[in-house]
Design a protein around this ligand. Structure first.
Ligand SMILES: [Zn+2]
Length: 295
């Protein structure tokens, strides 16, 4: 998907609903919504962290963001977001074989400065993984890359990348500051950014609703998205209702057929539990989609 598509669609429609679900085709309500059907989803932080952020505070900030969502799931939802061990992994995207992970990582090198302009990776969007660099738009603070089944909308994998090549990520409270000053103040807040991106991770698109965590822009110094708004809260309760199956938007029967198959394959938790049943489709139907928060 084109990285700016969700933002532009939201702007074009003047979308101000309390929450907007992500779709197989962004903004097209004739297509299925994206959502997890697993009951536990494990996410993992790349152990590299972000050296430019003070100490190891970025890891804790990330955990607080997931916890904010988890608090809502515990109250009215059906999903457990569980942190797995830190890993050396630097590759985002969905791996059909091997260790697929829902990875959270910072990229602190700009691909434009470390990759030759003639490298083939530019054509197939593989520079980020190949050279461990930030490949997307310069003004994009972070991106959530979601891999999902095109027919059912079921999410297989979601990975969050932070643009540390361009933005100074901080974890402190206080007034806004601008690099090179980043001590005891807020430049680009990790928790603010992560809370927004996790919204994408669980199937939210942007909305211009006042005060929404899913507002597509974030000025320097902003921390308000750390606190999840009532619209996004309601999304969790409605789409992932406690004691019930996660809610599709269209053709709910299709997912019910997949459910039992998924449980027969392996004992792994999270999205990997879906792999045995869905691998056969994956070549044809899996699509990737990027959602970002811009400056
Ligand atoms: Zn976004």
């Amino acid at each position: 998907m084109i990285s700016l598509a969700p933002l532009m669609v939201a702007l074009a429609l003047g979308q101000t609903d309390p929450y907007v679900r992500s779709r197989v085709d962004a903004g097209d309500t004739n297509t299925q919504c994206l959502y997890w059907t697993a009951t536990r989803v494990t996410w993992q932080q790349s152990s590299y962290g972000n050296p430019a952020t003070q100490g190891e505070t970025e890891f804790d900030a990330m955990r607080r963001s997931f916890q904010s969502w988890q608090n809502i799931f515990t109250q009215c939802g059906n999903l457990v977001l569980e942190e797995g061990p830190r890993v050396a992994d630097r590759e985002v995207g969905y791996k059909r074989e091997g260790d697929n992970r829902n990875l959270v990582l910072f990229r602190d090198r700009d691909c434009n400065t470390v990759v030759s302009a003639t490298d083939a990776c530019w054509d197939d969007d593989t520079c980020a993984n190949k050279f461990d660099c930030w490949e997307d738009d310069d003004n994009t603070i972070a991106i959530t890359l979601t891999t999902y089944d095109e027919r059912s909308g079921i999410i297989y994998d979601s990975d969050i990348s932070f643009n540390a090549a361009r933005f100074a990520f901080t974890t402190a409270d206080g007034t806004a500051c601008f690099p090179p000053v980043t001590t005891n103040c807020v430049a680009t807040d990790v928790q603010n950014t992560a809370t927004h991106e996790i919204g994408h991770f669980i199937g939210l698109d942007h909305t211009r609703a006042t005060g929404s965590t899913m507002n597509p822009s974030a000025p320097p110094g902003e921390v308000s998205k750390r606190t999840i708004d009532t619209g996004s809260h309601d999304f969790v309760c409605a789409v992932y209702p406690k004691g019930q199956a996660s809610q599709a938007c269209l053709h709910p029967a299709a997912e019910q057929e997949l459910g039992p198959k998924a449980s027969t394959g392996c004992a792994a938790t999270g999205p990997s539990a879906l792999l045995p049943a869905l691998a056969a489709w994956a070549l044809w139907l899996v699509r990737r989609r990027r959602d970002e928060v811009s400056r």
